[in-house]
Design a protein around this ligand. Structure first.
Ligand code: FE2
Length: 331
C-alpha cells in the first residue's frame, strides 16, 4: 500500500471516548476531506452524527497504518466483546494484531513488553473462542498458505487453543496458558542462523542438530519471564516429542509427554505441512490429515481426530486408508 492511499475503517471499530492518534477523513466526490484531527477524542455525539448522515465508514491515510494497529491493540478487548461487531471483523483484527506482535517477538525475543502484549492477544482469542463458536472456524480460514515464522506461530496458537477446547479444556486460564505456550513454541528459532532455517535443500546432520536446539533455546528464553506460566512452557519444551519416543529433545514416550506438548505438536505439524516452505509446497489440509492419521504411533489419535473435526468435512472428506509416502521430519 502506498503512503498516499487511504484505508477504509469501519465506524464500529472507533471506540467511544478514545483518542485515535490518526486523522480521519470522509470520502467526498472530489477526494478525501479531513473530518477529525488525530488528537480530538472520538465521542458518541460524533458517532451518532455520522450514523444520522448514513456514514458507515471513515478513511485514514495508509501512512498511519502503524498508529491504527496500535490503537486497535490498545482497544482489543473492547472490540472483541462488542456484540455489534461481526465475528469476521473480530477474527481479522485478532489475526492481524497477533501477526504484528509475533513479528516483534521473533525480532526481539527478549522484549518483556512484546511477551506481555502477546498475553493480551491470547486472552482475547480465548474469550472469542469461548463466547462465539463460529469464531474458531472463521479465524482458521484466515491462515495464509505462505510460511513465515510469525504466521506459523500465530497459526499454531490459534489451532492449539481450538484443539484444547474441543478436547474438553474449558477452563479459561488453562486455554490461555496453552495458547500462549503455542504462540511462543518456536521462539528459540530466533537463535538459529537464518541460512540454516531458510536452506532450500535437506539439512546436514550438524544443521539438523542445530535446528533441534531451538527447543532448549526457547525454554531458556522464557523460563525466567514472570508473565509466562510454567504450564505454557510445556508447549515449548515438548512440541517435538512424539509418542513413539522418536521425537526430541528428550525422546519421551507416550505418558511422559504433557498434553500441551502433544496438542501443540499436532498443530505445529499440521500448519507446517499445509504451508509453502522453502523445501516443499503446501499440502492440502486433506493430505496433511491423511499423514497425521497414518502416524498415530507419533501423534495422539484423539488430538488428530479433533483436528479433523475442526477443519470440517469440506476440507477433509474422503480420507483415504492408503498409507501415504514417507515424509521428512518436520523441523
Ligand atoms: Fe519447533
Amino acid at each position: 500500500m502506498g503512503n498516499n492511499e487511504f484505508v477504509e475503517i469501519d465506524l464500529e471499530l472507533l471506540r467511544i471516548d478514545t483518542i485515535l492518534g490518526f486523522d480521519l477523513y470522509l470520502a467526498g466526490p472530489h477526494g478525501y476531506i479531513l473530518y477529525r484531527s488525530r488528537n480530538v477524542p472520538f465521542n458518541e455525539r460524533v458517532r451518532q452524527n455520522l450514523i444520522n448522515h448514513g456514514v458507515k465508514s471513515l478513511y485514514m491515510p495508509g501512512k498511519d497504518m502503524t498508529k491504527f494497529a496500535a490503537y486497535i491493540e490498545n482497544n482489543l478487548s473492547n472490540i472483541v466483546t462488542d456484540p455489534k461487531i461481526k465475528t469476521e471483523v473480530k477474527c481479522q483484527i485478532l489475526y492481524d494484531t497477533s501477526i504484528n506482535i509475533a513479528k516483534e517477538l521473533l525480532f526481539d525475543p527478549g522484549s518483556l513488553s512484546a511477551v506481555k502484549r502477546s498475553t493480551k492477544i491470547v486472552e482475547n482469542m480465548v474469550d472469542l473462542y469461548l463466547k462465539d463458536e463460529g469464531g474458531i472456524k472463521k479465524i482458521i480460514e484466515l491462515m495464509p498458505e505462505d510460511y513465515q515464522l510469525y504466521t506459523h506461530s500465530t497459526n499454531v496458537s490459534i489451532l492449539s487453543v481450538a484443539l484444547g477446547k474441543s478436547l474438553g479444556i474449558l477452563n479459561k486460564n488453562e486455554l490461555y496458558e496453552l495458547g500462549l505456550g503455542a504462540l511462543l513454541h518456536d521462539i528459540g528459532k530466533s537463535k538459529i542462523p537464518r541460512h540454516i532455517l531458510n536452506k532450500p535443500g535437506p539439512l546436514s546432520p550438524d544443521e539438523f542438530n542445530e535446528v533441534k536446539q531451538h527447543v532448549r533455546y526457547g525454554c531458556y528464553m522464557v523460563e525466567n519471564n514472570p508473565v509466562v506460566p510454567r504450564q505454557a512452557i510445556q508447549a515449548i519444551q515438548a512440541h517435538h516429542e512424539r509418542l513413539s519416543g522418536k521425537g526430541y529433545p528428550d525422546g519421551h514416550i507416550a505418558g511422559d509427554i504433557p498434553l500441551f506438548g502433544m496438542i501443540t505438536g499436532v498443530a505445529d505439524s499440521f500448519d507446517a505441512m499445509t504451508s509453502n516452505r522453502v523445501y516443499q509446497k503446501a499440502m492440502t489440509s486433506f493430505k496433511a490429515m491423511e499423514i497425521l492419521l497414518s502416524e498415530t504411533q507419533h501423534y495422539d489419535r484423539r488430538i488428530v481426530m479433533e483436528m479433523l473435526n475442526l477443519l470440517g468435512p469440506e476440507k477433509t472428506k474422503v480420507i483415504s486408508t492408503v498409507p501415504p509416502p514417507e515424509v521428512k521430519l518436520i523441523v
